[in-house]
Write a protein that binds this ligand. Structure first.
Ligand SMILES: [Mg+2]
Length: 254
């Protein structure tokens, strides 16, 4: 029998990090406990590699990164895999698709750092990390409907994803593809957990053994249809802390 392993994938904004303050609060101590128990943890979000590395560095944890909605994964041991399209190609295709359906979109690449700060509430350093994109474009829709835009984007090889603040244009990848890649590399005796809060977490949650959902900042759970979902009590990082306790108990009983 192979050594039992546990792996945890977590969304950041609204899940591990508070929606307003971008701080992990009580989730940080819980994450440290998971790492101390030799549980592998991956950040798995729409955020860029620069942003995720900065967050891990600030809180002093060693984790893996699944960046830009599954566009690439960078493991803590230095290995990497890329599933996404180059950023400039995505931007060009997005603007072509918008033109084709009469929509007007404004992406991070169209904004200066002050505008990104205004939309996100990020400080200047984090806003610059958010603009340091490799594979996907986050944007707001200024004119036109998401349905028409998503149809037009399909013609240009792009997918439209909804995040809690922005829309995202990306190639044919999602969080689930990267999550499955990690799990497949861990051998047969692995148990996987995922923590999320919103629509763009569905593919990650479907790919793990135990999907967990924290409460959104308004105190409700997003209505996501995922089998055997554990609905955690607590908004964002508060719910996360409870989820981590369940994961730790489960890990220690194996
Ligand atoms: Mg989120």
């Amino acid at each position: 029998m192979e050594r039992p392993q546990t792996v945890v994938f977590t969304d950041l904004d609204g899940t591990f990090l508070d929606h307003e303050t971008y701080q992990p609060g009580p989730a940080l101590g819980a994450l440290e406990e998971l790492l101390a128990a030799e549980i592998e943890v991956y950040f798995c979000s729409a955020k860029t590699r620069a942003e995720q590395q900065a967050i891990a560095g600030e809180i002093g944890v060693e984790v893996g990164f699944i960046v830009e909605n599954g566009a690439a994964l960078y493991a803590a041991d230095g290995s990497a895999a890329v599933f996404g399209m180059p950023y400039l190609q995505v931007r060009e295709a997005l603007h072509n698709a918008a033109t084709a359906c009469g929509a007007i979109v404004r992406g991070y690449g169209d904004m200066d750092v002050a505008e990104v700060m205004e939309h996100t509430g990020l400080d200047e350093r984090r806003a610059r990390y958010a603009q340091d994109r490799e594979f996907t474009e986050s944007f707001i829709i200024q004119q036109g409907g998401p349905y028409e835009l998503s149809q037009a984007m399909g013609e240009y090889g792009l997918r439209l994803q909804r995040g809690s603040r922005f829309w995202t244009a990306q190639g044919e990848h999602d969080k689930g593809i990267a999550v499955r890649h990690v799990i497949a590399g861990l051998g047969a005796n692995v148990e996987s957990f995922g923590l999320g809060d919103f629509d763009n977490d569905i593919e990650m949650l479907v790919a793990v053994d135990t999907p967990m959902l924290v409460q959104q900042h308004d105190g409700t759970w997003r209505d996501l249809h995922v089998e055997d979902m554990v609905r955690l009590s607590g908004i964002g990082p508060i719910g996360w802390q409870g989820g981590a306790e369940m994961i730790l108990r489960r890990h220690n009983s194996r």
